[in-house]
Ligand binder design. Structure first.
Ligand code: CP
Length: 313
């Protein structure tokens, strides 16, 4: 049986991405449907989350599914030494989809290899966050009217920020120009720069976060410095406030510029930016509901036609 898991965005073709965005658009028009009646969605969160877990659970509820799961692995038998493999095999006895966030890179891939139940990667360490990428792409498409030929600044923690890793992989289909803006300690890892070179993705690296760069951008994608991934907290203290976006830096931007952030933010976007027309990060999080409804349907083999007909075969 085909395993329809969503482990990495890299597996999606351009056509598949555009198809998923069409499905998200259907759900935005009408979120409440009965496409998952009788299904059970498990949300296994080995790391903290607000948006990803709650939007997946809302997506499941709005589609008629029931939700089981945990947010505190210490309250599960993994604290007694149960392996991830055994946990996944157990939950597969109960659920039709497993949405999992885990602190280990590769955990979602591993989980998908030990079960036939579709796994949705809700973030695996500093590796990938493909459902975030679907909502990021949906947000970019909605605000720019296209995914093609965009100038995109990725700002902040490009080393540990899994959302930027997934986003650049997905954008390979759309001829972007990236600006990687990070202090030297948090630069984009070499493996992703190699990926860009292999896929013809243009990128420039900067350590300064200047208005000149902001003014050329279509998308300014801010990220949090990921304190939880540092082994040396002194290093975190040195870089934690390295870039702070303020409203006064947005006086000469392109009219279509939109500011995205996967959230949560810490200090990297000042509160005065929230009131500017360029701020889009809260709407971006709302788009996550529709993108994740599309993902839950897709991993179960429910098609765009099914969604449009509002039936399942
Ligand atoms: N963007 C994101 O993954 O947010 P949470 O950590 O709150 O789920």
């Amino acid at each position: 049986m085909e395993n329809r898991s969503l482990v990495t965005i890299a597996k999606h073709s351009k056509e598949k991405i555009l198809y998923m965005l069409d499905m998200a658009k259907e759900f935005e028009a009408r979120p409440n449907r009965h496409l998952l009646d009788g299904r059970v969605v498990a949300t296994l969160f080995f790391e903290p989350s607000t948006r990803t877990r709650l939007s997946f659970e809302t997506a499941a509820n709005r589609l008629g599914a029931r939700v089981i799961g945990f947010t505190d692995p210490k309250a599960t038998s993994s604290s007694k030494g149960e392996t991830l493999k055994d946990t996944i095999k157990m939950v597969s006895n109960y659920a039709d989809i497993i949405v999992m966030r885990h602190y280990l890179e590769g955990a979602a891939r591993y989980a998908s290899e030990v079960t036939n139940v579709p796994i949705v990667n809700a973030g695996d360490g500093a590796n990938q966050h493909p459902s975030q990428t679907m909502l990021d792409l949906y947000s970019i498409y909605k605000t720019q009217g296209t995914l093609e030929n965009l100038d995109i600044c990725l700002v902040g923690d490009l080393k540990y920020g899994r959302t930027v890793h997934s986003l650049l992989m997905a954008m390979r289909h759309f001829n972007p120009t990236f600006h990687f803006i990070a202090p030297k300690e948090l630069q984009m890892p070499e493996e992703y720069k190699i990926y860009c070179r292999e896929h013809g993705i243009r990128f420039e690296e900067h350590t300064d976060f200047t208005e000149e760069t902001i003014n050329r951008a279509d998308i300014l994608y801010m990220t949090r410095v990921q304190r939880e991934r540092f082994t040396d907290l002194m290093e975190y203290e040195r870089v934690k406030n390295v870039y702070i976006l303020r409203a006064k830096m947005l006086g000469h931007t392109r009219p279509n510029l939109r500011i995205l952030h996967p959230l949560p933010r810490v200090n990297e976007i000042a509160y005065d930016v929230d009131e500017t027309p360029q701020a889009y990060y809260f709407q971006q999080a709302q788009n996550g509901l529709y993108a994740r409804q599309a993902i839950l349907c897709d991993v179960l083999g429910i098609t765009l036609d099914d969604v449009r007909r509002d039936t399942i075969q």
